[in-house]
Write a protein that binds this ligand. Structure first.
Ligand SMILES: *Cc1c(COP(=O)(O)O)cnc(C)c1O
Length: 379
């Protein structure tokens, strides 16, 4: 097969395809000069709430802010503890810390790499106020046991759906399960802006009202500041772009699902662990994450063949200097630590073409042969 270049992610092709629509939407905002919390933000909020099968949505300026404001609106603050998964993007934990609460980690399930519901109980103390399951890589967390545990213990549930716009669990969209859910619209996410953006969904009107105040200087109405607020407003230009892109989200997720299926059939039989497909969940493959004992060699070999890959994430949260004060040690979360050593994210974006997928699969087969791969630790 001829040499190709396969980037890890490609945002350009989408823009080329949607250029007229996006440019028109941005120009319209510039012409209206209504730059802050205008018609595009309101429209995106109502469309996205409908999309997620929730009552309300509030646009904010990042996924990190979305998690923080959802927690704050639920009353989480200093002295509280919030449980989340040990294998997530560190922003989930930072958002907890920004409220003044303490993140408490639990290990993930070795098949799905989402929060292991059986481990939550052991992490609960009388300070625990909320649980944040993360729908990592586009794969919904196991919501049923998490929700029923949280209900029993009177804990809030805030979903971190930053990697899973449109994914379903038991037929329902993620975001519709918790007391609130946070989405990042960072450019490379399944629904990405052309800059930083995020959105919170909820069906609780009280939470809605509080989040609206918190994102906009604590105002109930102009110059009436009820709470110590933030400036975490969603930018009007980004909202205009997101309104265009939301219309294509299902189609683009369908492409990701097709690409994942192609990878599965081409990589089948290789000494590599492929991502789990849980029958009660429809994953939207923000990332396609495989596992190999020889991950670092494999990553290098693929790099030599001009194939971009990533590791999500190479250093677990509990081993990051920022969280040294939490007192965790190596060995505390063995599954997250195993993942950090073995996972590799393959190129994944909706316009990845069949020739590129085949090239990646063939390069993986050749590389594994060269490396003389050992078999993975668990399958
Ligand atoms: C991207 C991401 C975030 C943070 O979102 P930003 O928009 O970058 O602030 C939080 N959690 C997860 C799981 C993410 O993937």
């Amino acid at each position: 097969m001829s040499e190709l270049t396969v980037p890890f992610v490609d945002l350009k092709q989408e823009y080329v395809t949607l250029k007229r629509e996006i440019d028109d939407a941005v120009s319209a905002v510039l012409e209206r000069t209504s730059f802050i919390l205008g018609a595009e933000v309101s429209s995106f909020e109502s469309e996205f709430a409908t999309y997620c099968e929730t009552e309300y949505a509030v646009g904010v300026d990042s996924g990190t802010a979305a998690i923080e404001l959802a927690l704050r609106a639920l009353g989480v603050g200093p002295g509280d503890e919030v449980i989340t998964a040990a294998n997530t993007f560190i922003a989930t934990a930072f958002a907890i810390s920004h409220t003044g609460a303490t993140p408490v980690l639990v290990d993930v399930d070795p098949k799905t790499f989402t929060m292991n519901p059986k481990l939550i109980e052991g992490a609960v103390t009388d300070r625990t106020r909320a649980v944040i399951p993360v729908h990592l890589y586009g794969q919904p967390a196991d919501m049923e046991p998490i929700l029923s545990f949280a209900r029993d213990r009177d804990l809030w549930v805030v979903e971190d759906a930053s990697q899973a716009h449109g994914a379903r669990y038991n037929g329902r969209r993620v975001g519709a399960f918790g007391d609130a859910a946070a989405f990042s619209c960072y450019p490379s996410k399944n629904l990405g802006a052309y800059g930083d953006a995020g959105i919170i969904v909820t069906s609780d009107e009280e939470v809605l009202v509080k989040i609206r105040m918190l994102r906009d200087q604590g105002q109930a109405k102009k110059h009436h500041h009820e709470l110590i607020g933030h400036n975490h407003r969603l930018d009007e230009i980004q909202a205009a772009i997101l309104n265009v892109k939301l219309k294509y989200l299902d189609r683009r997720n369908a492409s990701r699902i097709e690409i994942a299926a192609r990878y599965r059939s081409l990589l089948h039989g290789l000494p590599l662990v492929l991502p789990e497909q849980a029958l009660d969940r429809e994953a939207v493959y923000h990332l396609f994450v495989v596992r190999s004992k020889n991950r670092d060699d494999l990553k290098n070999e693929l790099g030599d063949r001009s194939i971009g890959t990533g590791i999500h994430y190479p250093i677990p949260i509990h081993l990051q200097p920022a969280y040294a004060h939490l007192g965790y040690e190596r060995g505390d979360f063995p599954v997250a630590e195993m993942a950090a050593n073995e996972i590799l994210s393959l190129p994944m974006f909706p316009t990845l073409d069949p020739q590129q997928i085949e090239y990646v699969a063939q390069a993986i087969a050749t590389s594994l042969e060269r490396i003389g791969s050992a078999s993975p630790s668990q399958s």
